[in-house]
Design a binder for this molecule. Sequence first.
Ligand code: NAD
Length: 338
Amino acid sequence: MRVIQVGIGGMGETWLRAVADSESVDFAGFVEINDGIARAQAEAYKLDRSLIFQSLPEALARVEADAVINVTPPDVHREICVAALEAGLPVLTEKPLAGTLEDARAIAEAAEATGALCSVAQNYRYRSLTQTVKSALERPDLGAVGAVRVEFYRGPHFGGFREEMAHPLIIDMSIHHFDMMRLLLGSDATSISARSWNPPWSWFKGDASAAAQIGFANGVQVSYSASWCSQAWETSWNANWRFECERGALLVEDDRVFMQQLLSAGDGKRGRANKHGEKRELPLIPMARESQDYLLQEFCEAVRRGAPTATTAQDNLKTMEFVMGVAQACDSGETVRL
Ligand SMILES: NC(=O)c1ccc[n+]([C@@H]2O[C@H](COP(=O)([O-])OP(=O)(O)OC[C@H]3O[C@@H](n4cnc5c(N)ncnc54)[C@H](O)[C@@H]3O)[C@@H](O)[C@H]2O)c1
């Protein structure tokens, strides 16, 4: 498969490496609007400078390609994805699907209308850690999940669009955790109450801290607490999680997974306490490919077979509605129902 990569700075580097490492994908060309970045990346990654174009329409006119990989800032996603889909090319686009729900819907509609695949890079799904938690929750040992607590605290200094946008934490970061919730709970968010704020020392224009209470269609309640301007004691990017289950609990802490089962319930009348099994650490399930490497291979095979991926734009609208629902709940102070 020959691809055009749009946006080769920032996260674009991860995709340059993923394609270089893939046996199934080659570059047909690149699009980059920033000349300095084009020059620097051509040198760093030994790219043919004559194949780096200023716009996607120009690239489409000049090179033969089978697909487009989009790694531009969210506000540009609609323009790039719709142009590629309307040219009949499948697209693998970075999250968030778009900067607004309206743009995300327009992309999903273009995918539906053209019949071309638009797949969203929700890479946190395809990590050993996430797959280990998913597999542990699917086994009968712990029983049903009743409630989940998620905590995420980091203080990254990115510069660029994140420091200017409204709700940088929720739209650009928490989207990963919200999408993981959809995967791990096998359900969609239906009610959201939330607050966001910006601590006095925040270097983001938009709110970089938030707390949300989210109800899912299957009855599970999630308490989410996060900050992107935390000054110490950082959690992993994957966040820390506690799943309260019918017959035990599952914990994710610093990218390690632990569980403890209830062996027998106490009997209130005779004053006997609950009996628990050992707290044990679960080995992480190894994956041959993770994150962007996995997504690229999945996309390539889906295009070859004419099949969808797990994270099509149409499905990802549920993640986008969830994300924008949290932002709306923060802005309005009211419970949002989806
Ligand atoms: N999945 C992840 O873990 C992850 C991590 C980081 C970023 N991202 C996502 O990747 C996307 C890009 O983020 P980033 O951090 O690389 O941003 P960035 O601003 O660092 O880089 C974007 C690149 O796109 C280029 N660009 C902008 N508009 C363009 C256009 N119209 N045509 C061609 N090139 C254009 C810029 O010049 C720049 O080189 C965002 O959607 C972001 O949320 C995902």
